[in-house]
Design a protein around this ligand. Sequence first.
Ligand SMILES: Nc1nc2c(ncn2[C@@H]2O[C@H](COP(=O)(O)OP(=O)(O)OP(=O)(O)O)[C@@H](O)[C@H]2O)c(=O)[nH]1
Ligand SMILES: [Mg+2]
Length: 550
Amino acid sequence: MDLNSFLPLLQESAENFERLRRWIGRLVEEGALTQSEVESLDLDPTPSADDLFDAPIRPLVVAFFGGTGVGKSTLLNRLAGEEIAQTGIERPTSREATLYLPAQGKFKLPPGLPLSKIKTVFHHNLKHEIAWIDLPDIDSIELTNRELVFLLLPYIDVLIYVVSPERYRDLAAWGVLKERSQAAAWLFVMNHWDEACEEQIEDFKGLLKTLGFNDPIVLRCDSRPDFRARKPDDFGQLEEILRDFARTRGTEQLAWKRAQRRFLQLTDQIAALTETLEKKSKGVSHLRSRWRELWKKTVEEVSPLLAGSAAISARQIAAQGLSANWNPVLWDTWTQKHLLDALDRLALEADQPAICRELAAYRDELLKEIERQVRLGLQQSLAAPGHWLQRHLARALSVLKYLLPILLSGLAGYQLVLGYFREVYLGIDFAVHSALIIGVSGLIPHLACRLLEPSLEKAAFRGILRGLRLGFAHVETEVEQRLERVRSRLAELALEGRQLTGVVGDAARRPLLLSPPQGQPASPLLDRMLAATSGKGSLEIGTRYGGEFP
Ligand SMILES: Nc1nc2c(ncn2[C@@H]2O[C@H](COP(=O)(O)OP(=O)(O)OP(=O)(O)O)[C@@H](O)[C@H]2O)c(=O)[nH]1
Ligand SMILES: [Mg+2]
């Protein structure tokens, strides 16, 4: 089997899986989605027949599957030409799986499979490049049989569903066929052909059509121990079909079809996760307006209390001055809790790990930020207390209180000198009036200056209130910015999800281009052996194994 043309595709799918794994890792790590939200996406490598062999080229793995007593073990013995699997009338007869393997196949048993319940027999028949498995029944009271079958199913390429004329309408095995119809290639054997009639074959085919097998390969087999009594049957065709299947790269096509189905399933799941991310991202925009509303209400509620604390602080600052390590905000526990509650409430309403994380990181910063703004406001206010007009007037008056007496004293002195030279004596009245006018000219600006001087307490009070206002506004913006950060990260991850949906979807839709070996067409049988996909095919075995006929 030449795998060269297939390997790059498998490798590409491995890269896609890796990319997906990294994306999912980031979603959970960054809190964009919870672990339970991504749980449905199974990115672990699925077991396959490749795991049974230690070589790049391996035999086709074919198993007999069906209810008890239909003749699965008899068919394997018939193929082997010797009694390698136990057959009998006791129900169920087989309580173990018998593997009939090519001796050169480098077989290995993957971990998780029960060694004690698996019997291996090697054959040297070179014309059988096939590993045969006789599975125990699926429908007897022996529940461990059914468990063993389910453990082995993922390792099988072709399942041969064996029925007998009286058992082909049994529901238990049918239920599994229905669940697994997409996961393997199927052949059908109506064993006990000696007891059957042609109508039953047609009826059986009709039932298979309902599962999407439009042209199923149903082989008639009479496997009675007395081979001389056997009716002519299709047993010879069984080996031939499988050899053809192996020769025409059926295994490769099957593996690729399985990968494609898995990609399709993943595409749907990634698209669903991406949609969730987009919804969450849109939800954050709504949260921003909710936050503004919540914070406004909180600030309105704490403001009267904080105004009272600000007045007390201002009084202390006026009396003692502002020391470097003194905290100007007199928080009480209720106010602190109320402010932090707004943040906690938003986190609760958001109910998103990424937002909760961002808000929790800001929780310790919130009060400190308001305190920082109050200190700043206070320092600015104390540096320039009062209104600017008030400050300028006070400055002008403080100059006038010296300037006016000096000017008037100069004028009085000038009159005195003038009188002396004119020999006119000014007398006591002049002296009294001059002294009075000089005094009043200094006193009035001095008193006005005192009156206009800005109060330190008022300045501190105003500074604290201004700082609180700035602090609240700062908190509001900071939380909005944090929400915006989460929103844009969610949108980024959603975009990556959209791209991955495209990449994985493209891989799922790509046809497998195999060059036909030795001029032969790629397996024409495969289409008949696979059930047509009906919408979203499931590769996993569900918990419900019961089937039902239409
Ligand atoms: N008449 C008739 N009897 C058959 C045929 N094939 C098998 N038998 C008999 O059916 C009985 C059951 O066959 P097994 O091969 O043990 O059946 P099985 O499907 O392996 O049953 P479990 O191991 O219980 O799951 C045996 O007695 C076989 O001899 C057949 O084509 N015709
Ligand atoms: Mg058996």
